[in-house]
Ligand binder design. Structure first.
Ligand code: PMP
Ligand code: GLU
Length: 408
């Protein structure tokens, strides 16, 4: 992965080496680039950043307003308010069959920070972290920030982008410290079944020192049976870190609130790190999260229905474009077509050698913003978010089809 860093070279002597060892988040980079075009008055269709296009449900907003009036304006406990941590434990028990106690919960400024806390808590410089690939863009960067080595286990389209137990077994070495994956998966939309996760758990069972990090941030966005939580498998007891948050299921990306449920030692370590970095998550967002987790999931379910409709819409439009191959997403709000049939093709001064070239061509010529598969460990693909209106999906796919047809 070699992407242009936005850090000017004149500053390289000032900045720490670690800055040059990690990549810029490509999801955020594409969002920035399309914002720049928009500022020039160009009408860009953004299917890049993965965030719900719905506003936060009213009862959650009302709880936040109330929290301001109730003077929740003081520093919170570093790991989060106790009543929120209790509500998280109840939710994990009720919905996921996971048994954590409130002292095992650390509430943070988004699930991204939760993952960062965990990596900084467990990874030593010589450690390897297994990442099921295609993977969410920040996993490798966060492992590298913690000075560990990301080890990608590559799944293929033929296997619905799900790694097999045999692949996991083959990737384990004495240096393996942890394994991380998301299910439903960003960027492929794949969802591991209970049977598949139990088979992977069986492979991990003989290695009690390997920590399993299950990123369940898309749990509410699924189009089949409810996703299974690997932390519910008895043989992995006491070494699964479950990551979740408010961003996706409750349309609260900007509130920046996530959490980790972890073995006690890891939870204490996250608390210690967070105590030095942020002092804890925003109090108003915490009160809003408490309301969200303790109330009816009707708004979440309504959003899920809209995503299902959009999944079907985008899949049928993509299937109509010759040369693209994609799996059927079972969850999350992304589709990840293989675009390699277009590599080697040209239009004007553009030569498409990889998915980054294709994304830049689509952005500049078709004003359609997607994210290159390289960012997710799969250079043959591009990621398309369908957390967008039907009109944007239809127009985006029209532009994609026309731009691809121009390549020869
Ligand atoms: N995990 C995955 C798989 C994601 O797609 C994201 C992006 N929302 C996150 C974690 C981080 O979420 P947030 O920091 O917004 O809670
Ligand atoms: N997780 C979203 C995505 O993958 C938001 C961007 C980010 O947090 O990096 O697009």
């Amino acid at each position: 992965m070699q992407h242009t860093s936005p850090i000017p070279s004149a500053t390289t002597e000032i900045l720490a080496r670690r800055l040059f060892e990690i990549e810029e988040s490509q999801t955020l980079a594409m969002a920035r680039k399309s914002r720049e075009l928009k500022e020039q008055g160009i009408e860009v269709i953004n299917l890049n950043l993965g965030e719900p296009d719905f506003p936060t449900p009213d009862h959650i907003k009302a709880a936040a307003k109330q929290a301001i009036d109730d003077n929740f304006s003081f520093y919170p406990p570093v790991s989060g308010f106790l009543d929120l941590r209790k509500a998280i434990c109840e939710k994990l028990q009720r919905e996921n069959n996971l048994h954590y106690s409130p002292d095992q919960i650390v509430v943070s400024t988004g699930a991204k920070q939760s993952i960062a806390n965990v990596m900084l808590s467990i990874v030593n410089p010589e450690d390897e972290v297994l990442i099921f690939s295609p993977y969410w863009v920040s996993y490798s960067g966060l492992v590298q920030l913690a000075q560990g080595t990301p080890v990608l286990i590559k799944a293929s389209l033929e296997n619905d982008y799900k790694v097999t137990p045999a692949q996991v077994a083959a990737a384990i070495t004495p240096k393996t410290k942890a394994v991380i994956f998301s299910s439903p998966c960003n960027p492929t939309g794949s969802v591991f079944s209970e049977g598949e996760l139990r088979a992977i758990a069986e492979v991990l069972a003989p290695y009690p020192n390997i920590i399993v990090i299950a990123d369940e941030i898309y749990e509410h966005i699924h189009f089949g049976t409810k996703p299974f939580s690997i932390g519910a498998v008895e043989s992995l007891k006491d070494r699964v870190v479950t990551i979740n948050g408010m961003s996706k299921g409750f349309a609260m990306t900007g509130w920046r609130l996530g959490y980790a449920a972890a073995p006690l030692a890891i939870a204490k370590a996250c608390d210690k790190i967070q105590g030095q970095i942020t002092s804890g998550a925003n109090t108003i967002a915490q009160r809003a999260a408490l309301a969200a987790l303790s109330s009816d999931l009707a708004p979440t379910k309504a959003m899920n229905e809209a995503y299902l409709r959009r999944r079907d819409l985008i899949k049928s439009l993509l299937d109509d474009i010759e040369g693209l191959k994609s799996n059927l997403p079972e969850g999350a709000f992304y589709i990840f077509p293989d675009v390699s049939a277009f590599f080697g093709k040209q239009y004007k001064h553009y030569t498409i050698q990889n998915s980054e070239d294709l994304c830049m061509y689509l952005l500049n010529e078709a004003h359609l913003s997607l994210v290159m598969g390289e960012a997710f460990g799969e250079p043959n693909c591009v990621r398309i978010s369908f957390a967008a209106s039907d009109a944007h999906i239809i127009e985006g796919m029209r532009r994609l089809k026309a731009a691809l047809a121009q390549l020869s």
